[in-house]
Design a protein around this ligand. Structure first.
Ligand SMILES: [Zn+2]
Length: 486
C-alpha cells in the first residue's frame, strides 16, 4: 500500500516536471531550463528527505536550543552534508546565557470548585517554591500607564493577561467588512513584555497562566519571557490548553473570587553560559566564490514533540537541495551556502548571531531563502516587499513556474523566521510561502511528529529551494539591495 502511494507520488512529480515544461509555439526555452529540469528530476527520483527527516525526529527527537539533542542534530546534519560531498562543513558556535530543562506544571482551580487544568511549563520558566495559591486576576494592559492601574492590587496573584484567542474551528467568513487590525511590531511587544515582567515582579505576582492559540487540547509552547532570552523568566509561567484557558476565563467572568493553585517543579538551568551551534556547509562558487546564495531553515525545535513540521521539514528540504545540487556535480558561479540555524524559537537568535558574525560579508550575500512553514508545498516565494528584485527574480525563476507550477512571485512580507535578521541588515532575504496543511495546529505543540509530513509536498520544497539557489547563483549580477529597515 505504502509502496503504491510512493510510486504514484513519484510518477505524479515526474509527469508534472515533463508536462509542465512543454513550450508553447514560439516560446524560447529558458537558458537554465536544462539544468533546472535535471535538478527537479534528481529530487523526484532520488530524494532522501523522508529518511533524513525520520532520523532527525524519531531518533534524535526534540531539539531545544542548549540541549545535548540539538548538539547531536548539529553533528548529524554536518555529517550528512559531508556524506553529500559538500565543502567547508562546520559548526559555528554562539553563546546563550543558560540552557534550560523542562519540568512539570500542575495547575488547578481551588475555588469556587476544584477543577484540574491541562498545563505545561513555559520555556525558561523558573520553578515555584512548591505549590502556590492566589486569586486569579485578569490584567488588561498594553501600556505602562494601563499597568499602573493595578499597582498595589497584585500581591500574591496568579494572573492572566489576554482574552482567549478566537478558536478557529472553521474558515472565517466575516459578516461585516474587516477593519485592518493595528499590529504592534515585535520589538515594541518585547519591550512592553519586559516592562510588564518587571512590574509583576515588583508587585509580588506568583505566576502567569498563558493561552495556547490552538484547538482541541493542543499546546502552543513559547518562551516564558521574550524580554529575558535564555535567562530564568522573572515570574513562573505555565501554558494552558485552549479548553483549560477558556474555562478559567469563563470563571473569571462570573465575578466570584477565583482562586488558583500553581506548582512548577523540576526545571533546571545550566550554571553558566552554554555554546550552541549553527550547522553550515557550502558548494563553492566556480567564478565568484566570495558571492553567496544562502538557503536556510532552523534545526532547533520546541520540546513537547519532535519538531517535525517546525522545522524538521525545512531542515530536510535544505539537506536535500544540497544533496541534489552536489550529486549532479553542478559548479555554480557563486557559492551556495546551506545554514541550519539554532535558537530560532526563542527569537531568531541563531540567525542574528550569524548576521553579526558575518557582518563583513553581508554585502556579498546575493540572496537568502528560508523554508519554515511546515510540510505544505511552496505556493510562491514571498519577497518581503523587495520590489527591486521582482523583475529579475521573475525571469530567473521562470522554470519553476513553467515546470512545477510555482505561482508568480509575491511581494508579501511574512515575518517570524530566520530571514528577518538578514532583511534588517539590508540583505535580500525571502521566505517560502507554503500551503498551510496542518501547520497552525502542529507547530510548537505536543503532536508535531513525523506522521504529519506529506512526502510529495516536501520534495516540492527541495525542488524550489535547489532551483532558486542554482539560478540566483548563475545570475548576471547580485540581486539589488532593498532599502535598509530598522
Ligand atoms: Zn519554525
Amino acid at each position: 500500500m505504502k509502496r503504491i502511494t510512493r510510486l504514484s507520488g513519484f510518477l505524479f512529480l515526474l509527469i508534472a516536471v515533463l508536462v509542465g515544461s512543454q513550450l508553447l509555439p514560439g516560446q524560447q526555452e529558458h537558458p537554465l531550463a536544462g539544468v533546472d529540469r535535471r535538478i527537479l528530476v534528481e529530487i523526484a527520483e532520488n530524494s532522501e528527505q523522508m529518511e533524513n527527516l525520520r532520523y532527525l525526529t524519531d531518533r534524535i527527537g526534540a531539539r531545544l536550543t542548549g540541549t545535548e539533542a540539538l548538539k547531536r542534530a548539529n553533528e548529524w546534519t554536518a555529517q550528512r552534508f559531508r556524506d553529500y560531498g559538500l565543502s567547508n562543513v562546520r559548526l559555528e558556535a554562539w553563546p546563550i546565557e543558560h540552557s534550560w530543562r523542562r519540568g512539570t506544571a500542575r495547575v488547578r482551580v481551588v475555588a469556587p470548585e476544584e477543577e484540574w487544568l491541562a498545563a505545561e511549563v513555559g520555556g525558561w520558566s523558573p520553578n515555584t517554591p512548591g505549590p502556590v495559591r492566589g486569586p486569579l486576576v485578569y490584567v488588561k494592559a498594553e501600556t505602562k500607564e494601563e499597568l499602573e492601574a493595578y499597582r498595589g492590587k497584585l500581591g500574591g496573584a496568579i494572573v492572566i493577561t489576554s482574552e482567549p484567542r478566537p478558536r478557529k474551528r472553521k474558515e472565517e467568513r466575516p459578516l461585516r467588512p474587516r477593519e485592518p487590525e493595528p499590529r504592534r511590531d515585535f520589538a515594541a511587544r518585547i519591550q512592553f513584555a519586559r516592562v510588564r515582567d518587571d512590574f509583576f515582579q515588583e508587585e509580588g505576582v506568583q505566576g502567569i497562566l498563558r493561552d495556547s492559540d490552538k484547538n482541541f487540547g493542543l499546546f502552543n509552547m513559547s518562551v516564558a519571557s521574550f524580554g529575558h532570552p535564555y535567562q530564568p523568566a522573572p515570574i513562573p509561567v505555565a501554558f494552558l490548553t485552549p479548553e483549560s484557558y477558556d474555562l478559567l476565563w469563563r470563571l473569571a467572568q462570573d465575578g466570584q473570587g477565583v482562586e488558583v493553585e500553581l506548582e512548577i517543579s523540576g526545571c533546571e538551568f545550566s550554571d553558566g553560559p552554554v555554546e550552541v551551534y549553527n550547522t553550515v556547509a557550502e558548494i563553492p562558487g566556480s567564478e565568484k566564490p566570495d558571492e553567496v546564495v544562502l538557503l536556510g531553515a532552523h534545526l532547533d525545535s520546541w520540546d513537547l514533540a519532535t519538531g517535525a513540521t517546525d522545522n524538521g521539514t525545512g531542515v530536510s528540504v535544505v539537506l536535500e537541495a544540497a544533496r541534489a545540487l552536489s550529486q549532479l556535480g553542478l559548479k555554480p558561479k557563486r557559492t551556495i551556502r546551506f545554514v541550519l540555524f539554532s535558537g530560532e524559537e526563542q527569537g531568531l537568535h541563531g540567525a542574528r548571531a550569524y548576521v553579526e558574525a558575518h557582518k563583513d560579508e553581508l554585502e556579498r550575500i546575493s540572496a537568502v531563502l528560508v523554508h519554515d512553514a511546515g510540510t505544505g508545498r511552496v505556493e510562491t516565494i514571498a519577497l518581503q516587499g523587495n520590489a527591486q528584485a521582482y523583475d529579475i527574480l521573475r525571469e530567473l525563476l521562470a522554470p519553476l513556474r513553467q515546470m512545477i507550477g510555482v505561482a508568480d512571485l509575491s511581494l508579501r512580507t511574512l515575518g517570524g523566521s530566520d530571514h528577518a535578521p538578514f532583511n534588517r541588515a539590508g540583505v535580500p532575504a525571502f521566505f517560502c510561502q507554503q500551503e498551510r496543511a496542518t501547520y497552525r495546529q502542529t507547530h510548537h505543540s505536543q503532536v508535531d511528529t513525523f506522521d504529519k509530513v506529506i512526502r510529495e509536498d516536501l520534495l516540492n520544497g527541495a525542488q524550489v529551494m535547489a532551483v532558486f539557489a542554482y539560478n540566483v547563483a548563475q545570475a548576471e549580477a547580485m540581486l539589488p539591495r532593498p532599502p535598509k529597515k530598522e
